[in-house]
Design a protein around this ligand. Sequence first.
Ligand SMILES: [Zn+2]
Ligand SMILES: [Zn+2]
Ligand SMILES: [Zn+2]
Length: 143
Amino acid sequence: MDLKQIRQQLAKNNLKATRPRQAILEALAQASGWVTAKSLFDKLSGQEANIDFSTICRNLELLSSIGILCRVDRDSNGIFAYSLSEMDEHHHHLICRSCGKISPMEFCPLQQLNSTQTAGYSELECRFEIYGCCRDCQGKQGK
Ligand SMILES: [Zn+2]
Ligand SMILES: [Zn+2]
Ligand SMILES: [Zn+2]
């Protein structure tokens, strides 16, 4: 997702491109990988006078909820890593336990369910991650 698409997505959700939001998105674009709220805070607190940790966490959650960012529990320890979304469509991720590589997966288990199975719940949100050992790491193990 590039900055133009991000701006459109913000506008569609009636969100302003506030200074903290822009700073977070720019930092993520520069990082070109997955970052935690803590590492973003370490990076931005030196540059942005008015950004605190809770602002970063709140905006990361918000931007994830509207599909601008992807969020994964990379080490299954409840600490999320974030990146700019790799694709426009809603998707999930495969995570390598060994090297931490994260690959997008065009699949959503929620789309396979019907309203009876979800028991009439609304505003559904899915968290679905698959952990395994990637092809590169399998090769290393063999040697
Ligand atoms: Zn993703
Ligand atoms: Zn791996
Ligand atoms: Zn999903």
